[in-house]
Every structure is written in C-alpha cells, then in structure tokens.
Write a protein that binds this ligand. Structure first.
Ligand code: ZN
Ligand code: ZN
Length: 890
C-alpha cells in the first residue's frame, strides 16, 4: 500500500535515559501478580458476553461479575490487563492529560481470598519495588471511616501521616455515593494511590494535595474493598466473602514512568500523534491531535471486536467517533479520508498484547475508509441540506424549531452543531442552543433506556439456583434417566405441578441441549409412566439447564425419577444445520479469504443463518462456489471428531473461536475432515454425508461490512428444490412453451409491453397537443392577468407539466393551473409565463396556498410548481382559491 510509511523503531527517551515501554509495564504487572499466585486471565472482549447492562466493557471487574456474586470458578485470585471503552467523558478527551475513550486497565482481583492488607501491600510493592517509583512521590487516600485501611497504610506500609488523606462518599466509596443513593448490592470503601509530579506542575500552592484538581497529583491506582452488601434503605451488612477489585490505567502509569505530563506523550500514543501531525496541512492544536489519537484506538479495537459503524447501539458509538475525527481533520484542512491510514500505527503499537490487529489491519482500514467516505460526502452536501432545511427561517425566525432541526442534522447526518452554527450565523438565523441540548439529552436518555436491557445474569439468584448444576449427557444419547431437582412456576419454586400447568423443570442430568452459541434449545418430553411433561424450549442459566414446558398428562413433583427424551427428528435437523454451518464457514474462508469472521449465527431445525465480516458484495459466481464447496464436503462424507483441550492448545492448533470461553479449563474443539477446526459446544452429526444437500436461500448485507447467508439442508433443502422445480413447470405451462424457452418467451413479452407503452405515451402527447387550443380558449382575465384552469384526468405529473409548457410557449401574461384525478389522489401543477415572473409572481408560493385546499402540500420553482393531495373533490375549490389570490393582487 502506498500510504504505509517506513517507521523507525521508537525509543522512548527522557533526556539520555531510555525509558520503560508500556509493553514492559503491562508484562511486569502480570508477572508480578502471577508470582503472587494469581491466575492471569485474558482481556475480555470490548463487547461483553452475557452482560446486557453495558454497551462496552467499562472496567476490569466486569468479566468477573459472577465470581463477585459468589459463583465458584476454580480460582480466587486473578489479574488482567483489560481493554475498556467508555464514552461518558467524550468531550474532555484530548483536552486533559488523562481522559480516554479506549484504555487498558491493569487489575488484580480477589474473590473471597485476600483482603485489604495484602491488596495494599501488593500495590505498594509493585510500584516502589518493581517499578522503583520513589516512595516520597506517592500519596494515598482512604475513605474517611476506613480505620482499617488507615492503620495498614500508616503502621505497616509506613506512609507518613500527612500523606494519607481522607476522602468522602463521592470520591472514595464504590459505587460512588452508594451508601445514600444506591444501588443495592456489593459495595465498599476505596483507597487510591497518587503520584506527585512535583511543584513545577499545577497550582503551586503550598497546601496543594491529591484533593486539589490542578493536575499536579495523578491518581494511578484505585483499590476497591468490596466488603458490604447494601440493602434497601442504605443498610450496609458485611459480605460473608469479601472481594478485592483494583484498577490502574496503563496509559497513566506509562506517563508517570516515562516522566511525561500527558498520557499522549507516552509510547502508546506518540507514534499516532506524530503521524496525524505529519499528515495535516495546517498547524494543528495538540488537543485535536490527542483526541484523534485517542479515538482511533477505540475505533480499531471496537471494530476488531466485531462492532461495525451503524445507526444504533455500539455501532453508533463507533460511527460517532469516526465522525468526530473527520470533523477534527476537516478543521485541520484534510478533506479526504485520512483516519484509515492510522490503523497500521495502532496495530504496530499494540502488536505485543494484540497480534491479531496486525493480521486484520487492512480489513479494519477498509471499514473505516468506507465510513469516512460516506461521511465526507454528507459533509460536502451539507450546504444543500442547510438551504433546504433552514431557508424558511430567514424571514420567519423560530429559534426553537431551528434547534430541533439542527439536532436532527446532527443525529441522522452526523453534522456537528459547530458547522450548522457557522452557516446559520452567515445567514443571520437564530438558533436556540437550549433546545438543541434538550433534544440531545433526551436522546441520551432514550439510548440509556435501550441499553439497560434486562439481563438473565442476575435472575439466577432469584431462581434460587446458586450451587445447582445439571450434567449434560446429550452429545451421544437422546434419552436418559434423571431426577427432578427443582420445579419453578412463575419464578418461584413449587413442590408439585399437574396437568395443564406451565413450569420450568431442573434435572440433575439431561440429554436436552440448552440454547447456546446460536443453536436453538431442544424440545421433547419428560416421561414418568403415564405422566408427560412436554418440553417446548431448553435454556441454560449459569451451570443449570432449565426445561420449559407444560404438563400434558398426570403430575410431577420434586425428587421424581423420570426419563428425558429429546425429539430426535428435530435434533437431527438441528445437527445438520450446525455441522453445515461449520462447513459454510470453512468454504467462506476458502472463497472470500481468511478475513471472514463470524459475527453471529442461528442454528434452527429448519434453517441456518450465518453473519460474517466481508467488505464487498458477493458475486453470483462466488455464491455458487461456496455452495459447491459445502456440497463437495458433504459428498466426501468426512467424519467429525471432538476433542477436549486447553484453550492455549486450541489456539496453537489454529481453531476458530467465536465468543470462546476464556477461563474454562478445557474447551471443546470440533474437527471436520482436515478443513475445519472450531471451538464449539453444539451437537453435531457423526459425518458430513447426513446433511444430504446444502442450499443457499439468501445472501445480503445486514450492516456495513457484515454479510448474511441463509441456507437450508436435508429435507428442507430437498423440499425447496422441489418447490422451485414446480414453479418453473407452472410458468412454462402458463406461457405455453417448453421450460428451456421460458426466458426467451418472457423477454419477448416484456419487449412487446414496452413497445405498447411507448405508443400509448406518444398518443397521449398527441392528445395534449390537440387540447392546447381548447385550453387557450378557456383563459379568463382577472385583475388583468389571464388564468387558465382545467382538470385533465388520466394524466400523470409529467404529462401535466408538458401541457403547461406547451401553453406557456403559445401565450403570455398567463397563469395556468392543470389538475388530474388519479384514484384518491389529486395532482395539481401551476405554471407562469416569463413576463409575469418579472412582475413578481411566484408559482411556488401560489401552489402552497392552493395545495392546502386539496389536502396536500407542494413546492417548486418560481415559474413552475407542483402539488399532490388527497381531496380530489376539492379541485374546483382550489382553482377558485387561485383566482381569488390573483384577484387580490395589488
Ligand atoms: Zn494544586
Ligand atoms: Zn458450532
């Protein structure tokens, strides 16, 4: 690629000293806690799995919500370097040394294991011993009532008293002010560690300290001691198992260690900032360069985690960030796509923890480029848009309405308020900033409501399931004995259910596959003698499998022994589609390229749907090849194997994973022949031949950069082919030609129809020609102006316009209004001869007045305007209104 510049290797220096790079800091952190018996867990995706309460992963602790609630996971000490994305402080990004959208959070966690004493000691040791930060430069804060933390800092760590400051509910309690304001749930005091940049930075006051917001003291680490459970009314009761949750921004730590005053001067940002500065024409402001350097990281990582620019939810955040950058770049004189060129720089900086960015950089660049192009073209057409939307306000001020429209332009077209404001100022149009802000606020609330969906994660507690577990034994069997552990009716446990009652049943073990990984849940029956519970769906909550359904016969009670029987036919149909989905993914990567990544999937009994990244249209030939390859795999009848292995082993073997579990000790790999390896928990066939046939039903785009294929297999595919064949025979018998002549016959018929239409049209034109003299005779002089009005039915807008043109050519000093009734619609056009234009007459103003009468609206140019309405019965009245207006002209 042309734009890939050669970059010299980056060395971070402060004076002559080579400083510790962020990569090393990150590694040192993880190594330090590994040595302290912490399990090192991979960063979770920016798109949290199973947590509908947040759009993006906002902090390190989010992926451990379950562990915090007491669910066991086999480990109690964890450390991570979590990638995070937040947009709450978007407007501050670039303007301050340390606000970001995307950042990495280093954190160590304890779930009922160690508490304050160790957490504080670990943090202190890491900073002062491992990183060699001078102790004198560190200050700490504690929660005002937390004597325990105070004693540890002062007595054990020996931090001087004057460097331990006490802060209140707002700063040092998590969640902030939870004591008084909630929410209910786990909470506790915090303790923060600050770095003093020295009195050359900040306000210079002698009493400056961590509580001062002048910037001299930077908070580097926040230790949260989750020790209470808040109950209704602000009651704090001690948690039986206390947790530790800490967070340290890698960017800020790097700034401290590298001796720079903003995070943007660290090696995490510097190469990006420099690349932007080199690329822009005008001398740029640091805050703009910094904002772009920040946003591009967020954009690259969000896209890499599968979020593509779109109009809602996560996609909208990405779109907004790209647009903000475009606006910044525009302000610096770059009017062509540019942002996409920064992707390699980001990939290069982050290649150690995220090597996949290097592989995907071209795909990510393409996605950004397409988005930039489309926004820039909106930008170019903004002048027209402004004219269209705001012209009416030039002589008719309405600041409120202008504010509302400015918001619509911002929200749907991404046009920033500043740009709109510029144009409005130029045209002396007033805007209410307040209205704009109000609309913005309302929109924010709406999206908050949308994102605060109800999650199942915390429902488990409500179902009283903690600790329960169902063994799944349905990979090889369709039937098994089991015992009822719990029966739940309307979210409460019950002892017994009888005929006709709907309920959820939990068994100790089951052959029913619960909905997961896109595969739908099994259906079937639970049978105890003559008692039958019909299972209509199967779901999984944590480690528990729940059978939803209705008692068809008899009754069931807890501890009953029964037989669980899956609907075998349906299960096999699902397996056909699931195995076929794996074959499809392999074929897609073969035909389109290895950039194809799964974005979503549905495996039902009657069809499969597969969404994946691909940034071009897919040609008919490609579709054919994909289908052919999948069918060739089927014909070869390759066998399927499953293997359990560790995640790192699976990665080594190059398995494809989508939302793979990260800390299950073992993962399940499904292998087909030698061409497909996927981490997958689903139920499959033994060999590909049982799929029968694979047929693609539909292919299309679902979002920019995401394609969707829908397909059918087995008997469903067979039936589809049969139906299509029947359709073709029906067509051939209607046309009365053999099948192979259908196309030729249809082409012939269409050509004939076209010819007839052409003749009809020219006949209509002849009719118009003939009607002109009659129209001219209808002229009526009002107020010294000739007015011609007529209703000419069966004419479309185009024919009406032609008639008006012809009349105008043959006369002057004339206003002509022609109308036509088209079913329930009325069409109306008004033309004005050029000599009248000179006298100030305006067809577009006339049409607006008249259009109201026919229940519609209209517009156009000064010499010709048109309208449509839904009251054709009022056409004569409309003409009368026109005459009145002309009659009243002065
Ligand atoms: Zn200060
Ligand atoms: Zn699968």
């Amino acid at each position: 690629m042309l734009w890939r510049k050669k970059r010299s290797s980056i060395e971070i220096r402060n004076g002559s000293k080579v400083l510790m790079k962020a990569d090393i800091l990150r590694q040192k952190f993880l190594d330090f806690f590994k040595a302290e018996k912490h399990k090192i867990v991979d960063s979770d995706s920016l798109v949290p799995k199973d947590d509908p309460t947040v759009l993006f992963t906002p902090a390190g602790m989010n992926q451990f919500k379950r562990q915090f609630l007491g669910y066991l996971s086999g480990f109690t000490r964890v450390a991570t370097a979590q990638r995070c994305l937040r947009t709450d402080d978007l407007d501050k990004v670039g303007k301050t040394p340390g606000h970001h959208t995307f950042f990495e959070m280093l954190g160590n966690f304890s779930f009922g294991d160690y508490f304050k004493e160790e957490a504080i000691a670990f943090a202190w040791e890491f900073l002062t011993d491992e990183l060699k930060i001078a102790k004198e430069r560190l200050w700490v804060s504690i929660y005002k009532d937390d004597d325990e933390a105070y004693k540890i800092w002062k007595g054990k760590i020996k931090v001087p008293e004057n460097k331990i400051i006490k802060l209140g509910d707002k700063e040092n309690f998590w969640p902030s002010e939870a004591k008084t304001k909630g929410p209910n749930g786990p909470c506790g005091p915090c303790s923060e560690i600050f770095f003093d940049q020295g009195n050359a930075v900040g306000c210079g006051r002698p009493d400056c300290g961590p509580a001062c917001n002048c910037g001299r003291f930077v908070e580097i680490w926040n230790l949260v001691f989750t020790q209470f459970n808040r109950r209704e009314g602000g009651i704090l009761e001690p948690l039986p198992k206390k947790n530790i949750d800490t967070g340290m921004g890698l960017e800020r730590l790097a700034a401290v260690i590298q001796g720079v005053h903003t995070n943007f001067e660290t090696d995490l940002f510097k190469p990006i900032v420099e690349e932007v500065a080199l690329g822009v024409a005008r001398s740029p402001k640091n805050e703009t360069l910094y904002a772009i350097a920040d946003h591009i990281r967020a954009i690259v990582f969000a896209i890499s985690d599968g979020v593509l620019p779109s109009n809602d939810g996560r996609g909208y955040v990405v779109r907004k960030l790209i647009r903000r950058c475009s606006v910044h770049l525009w302000g610096m004189g770059i009017e062509k796509p540019f942002l996409y060129k920064l992707v390699p720089a980001v990939a290069q900086i982050m290649k150690v923890p995220y090597p996949e960015l290097l592989r995907r950089r071209e795909n990510i660049s393409e996605i950004i480029l397409a988005e930039e192009k489309s926004f820039i073209s909106t930008f170019h057409s903004s002048e027209n848009l402004f004219n269209e939307k705001f012209n009416v306000f030039i002589n008719k001020p309405d600041p409120d309405q202008v504010g509302k429209i400015a918001f619509v332009l911002y929200d749907t077209y991404g046009i920033p308020l500043e740009l709109t404001q510029d144009w409005l100022d130029k045209h002396n149009i007033q805007i209410s900033q307040e209205t704009f802000n109000k609309e913005l606020e309302e929109q924010k609330n709406r999206s908050k409501l949308q994102s605060a969906m109800k999650g199942d994660v915390f429902d488990i507690k409500e179902l009283h399931l903690a600790g329960a577990k169902t063994n799944f034994s349905g990979y090889a069997k369709y039937e098994a004995k089991a015992k009822i552990l719990k029966i739940i009716k309307e979210n409460a446990p019950v002892k017994k259910i009888t005929k006709g009652e709907e309920a959820k049943i939990i068994l100790d073990k089951t052959v029913f596959y619960p909905e997961s990984g896109g595969q739908v849940g099994d259906t079937g029956e639970l049978v105890k003698g003559k008692n039958i519970f019909q299972v209509t769906d199967t779901q999984k909550f944590d480690k528990v499998i729940v059978h939803k359904g209705i008692v068809k016969d008899g009754s069931f009670k807890t501890s009953d022994e029964l037989k669980s029987c899956v609907d075998i036919e349906r299960r096999l149909s699902i397996a056909r589609n699931h195995t076929a989905t794996h074959l499809l993914q392999a074929a897609l990567r073969k035909v389109l390229g290895v950039h194809v990544q799964q974005q979503g999937s549905l495996v039902a009994f009657d069809r499969l749907r597969f969404d994946f990244t691909h940034f071009k249209d897919i040609t008919r030939d490609e579709i054919d090849r994909i289908e052919e390859i999948v069918n060739s795999y089927i014909i070869n009848n390759d066998s399927l194997k499953t293997k359990m292995m560790t995640l790192s082993e699976a990665k080594k073997q190059g398995a494809l994973a989508f939302f793979g579990e990260k800390y299950e000790t073992k993962v399940r790999m499904v292998l087909v022949g030698d061409f497909s390896k996927e981490l997958c928990g689903g139920t499959h066939l033994d060999s590909t031949g049982s799929i029968g046939i694979f047929k693609i039903v539909q292919e299309g785009s679902v979002a920019s950069g995401v394609r969707r294929i829908e397909a059918v297999t087995g008997t469903f595919a067979y039936k589809m082919i049969k139906d299509q064949q029947r359709l073709i025979s029906d067509v051939s018998s209607v046309l009365n030609v053999p099948k192979e002549n259908i196309i030729a016959e249809l082409k012939k018929g269409l050509a004939y129809t076209k010819e007839i239409e052409k003749q009809l049209h020219s006949q209509k034109l002849d009719n118009i020609q003939e009607s002109i003299p009659i129209l001219l005779k209808k002229a009526e002089a009002i107020n010294n102006i000739n007015i011609i009005t007529a209703i000419e039915n069966n004419r479309d807008m185009d024919l009406l316009r032609r008639a008006v043109d012809m009349v105008k050519q043959q006369t002057n000093n004339t206003v002509i209004a022609l109308a036509s009734q088209d079913g329930p619609r009325a069409l109306l056009v008004i033309g004005i001869t050029p000599d009248l234009l000179a006298r100030g007459l305006d067809a577009s103003i006339l049409i607006r007045a008249v259009a109201k009468v026919i229940g519609g609206s209209g517009g156009g140019r000064k010499d010709f305007a048109q309208a449509g309405g839904n009251k054709p019965e009022n056409l004569e009245k409309a003409f009368q209104e026109l005459k009145n207006i002309i009659g009243n002209l002065k």
